[in-house]
Design a protein. Structure first.
Ligand code: F0G
Length: 463
């Protein structure tokens, strides 16, 4: 029976109350926070859609594993559980736990990159971009053309532009390309999936030119579910079979386990078979993250991650998970709200320049919409547009995003259909009153990853 909303495949036995505040109070909160969503106190947020990272609800099995976790410094049991899971799920020989995704980047990227090198991607996430730049290398994003047209539907808007990839390798010289990185799903263009065909072709190009191929695996399970439901030839395969094939084309992965592995904290570097690379990774892990078998995590974190890795690739869980995002996306689409369409796995990405038509890109329409959603409904999302792009590291010019996205993430196993219906109503209200909201200017910023701590001022009255 087709269902408009795929029911939660769980029942709830512990609840966390949320508090609705007044509009007046929220305006004060915004002023105190310098209009920065990261600076709001989470207690003042009604529906928190800032991220799907580390915000998922743990299962009873994860809590049980945490209670019996091994907290030894050397050789703790959790390490071997993670290693076994990586060998089993991805078919990779080596695994190095670290404390989160950006720790993978900090440890792995200097093994492949350095001054004078380039890293090419379907799109680097902000921290990923930051860690490329911090090695002295330069990041090149080559998202496919379809990703730049929010209202034109395409099944795999997360793909890399293969023609540009090969042309860029030839232009810069293969010996200067330190890695090709595929972000699956592609967060920066709307949580959009990458097709198996695109992964396979990228793997072939990497092999042809002898360039290491790395997967940014934060949302690899959602990506596999999209392949199952959208790509010809995969409908009868299980998510686990699809995951194995996805990773067979790459040499290594960098995974924030806070997303599809449903951990509150954790990351994993996976290396398929390159012994030299894992040796370098281990060398960098000990001084930066801690001893190899705990990698900056408590035994409890590792235990929850080892269980979450399996819960996150369950076909029924993914049908509900991706179904929830699709439900909200379709509802907004029917309301005529401009957004990256069809929606991806982890979030709704509103096309803020199309909603806030009066705000030019350099006055950050996605930030303006994020502020409006918090003001009117206590909903916290965030800018994945020009504000979240750092300035060009060489020219220091403000970079312009292809699309000014306001991202509203769905935490895993946290909110229900009623919450999503409320969110849709608040978005509609803000879109209908768009002309009332001003743009923003930056008053304080840092050179790298500025959006986390930026301070802003409205360029008009927030009524
Ligand atoms: N790669 C991708 C694709 C990500 O989305 C993130 C984090 C990271 C790497 C870094 O992982 O947070 O564990 O250090 N994304 C979060 C987000 C923060 O909100 O999308 P981390």
């Amino acid at each position: 029976m087709p269902m408009k909303y795929i029911m939660e495949p769980f029942r709830i036995k512990m609840v966390e109350p949320i508090k609705k505040t007044t509009r007046e109070y929220r305006l004060e909160c915004l002023k105190k926070a310098g209009y920065n969503m990261f600076s709001l106190h989470s207690e003042d947020v009604y529906i928190d859609m800032q991220t799907d990272s580390g915000t998922g609800a743990n299962s009873q099995f994860q809590y049980a594993a945490m209670m019996t976790a091994d907290e030894s410094y050397g050789g703790a049991r959790g390490y071997y559980q993670v290693l076994n899971a990586v060998q089993d799920i991805f078919g990779y020989t080596y695994a190095q736990p670290v404390h989160q995704g950006r720790a993978c980047e900090k440890v792995l990227f200097p093994c492949l990159l350095g001054p004078g090198k380039y890293a090419i991607s379907n799109h680097f996430f902000d921290t990923t971009n930051g860690h490329v730049v911090m090695t002295g290398a330069r990041a090149i994003n080559l998202p496919c053309e379809e990703s730049k047209h929010a209202d034109v539907p395409a099944p795999f808007k997360g793909n890399i532009d293969l023609e540009k990839l090969e042309a860029t390798i030839q232009e810069k010289g293969a010996e200067n390309i330190g890695m090709i990185l595929m972000t699956i799903t592609n967060n920066s263009v709307g949580g959009q999936p990458v097709s198996m065909a695109n992964l396979r072709a990228t793997g072939a190009i990497a092999k042809k030119y002898g360039i290491p191929f790395v997967i940014d695996a934060a949302r690899y399970a959602e990506n596999a579910y999209f392949i199952k439901t959208r790509e010809e030839g995969y409908a009868d395969k299980t998510v686990r079979e699809i995951v194995k094939e996805e990773f067979s084309y790459a040499d290594a992965f960098s995974m924030s386990a806070k997303k599809d592995a449903i951990a509150s904290m954790g990351g994993i570097i996976g290396v398929k078979e390159n012994e030299d690379l894992i040796k370098q990774v281990r060398l960098k892990t000990i001084p930066n993250e801690g001893f190899l078998t705990y990698g900056g995590l408590s035994g409890r974190d590792i235990a929850a991650m080892a269980v979450g890795l399996y819960e996150g690739i369950d076909d029924d869980f993914l049908a509900y998970r991706v179904g929830q995002t699709q439900y909200l996306g379709e509802k907004l689409h029917e309301m005529g709200i401009p957004l990256q369409y069809p929606v991806g796995g982890n979030a709704i990405y509103l096309d803020s320049a199309a909603i806030m038509k009066h705000i030019p890109w350099y006055e950050f329409p996605a930030q303006a919409l994020s502020v409006a959603l918090y003001l009117e409904g206590g909903i916290r999302g965030g800018d994945i547009g020009s504000l979240s792009l750092d300035r060009d590291p060489d020219t220091h010019e403000q970079q312009r995003a292809d699309i000014e996205f306001c991202r509203l993430c769905l935490a895993r196993r946290v909110y229900t259909q009623a919450h999503l219906d409320y969110v849709a109503d608040v978005i509609k209200y803000c879109a209908d009153h768009a002309a009332d909201y001003p743009g923003y200017k930056i008053t304080e910023e840092t050179p790298v990853l500025r959006h986390f701590t930026v301070k802003l001022e409205p360029l008009g009255e927030v009524k």
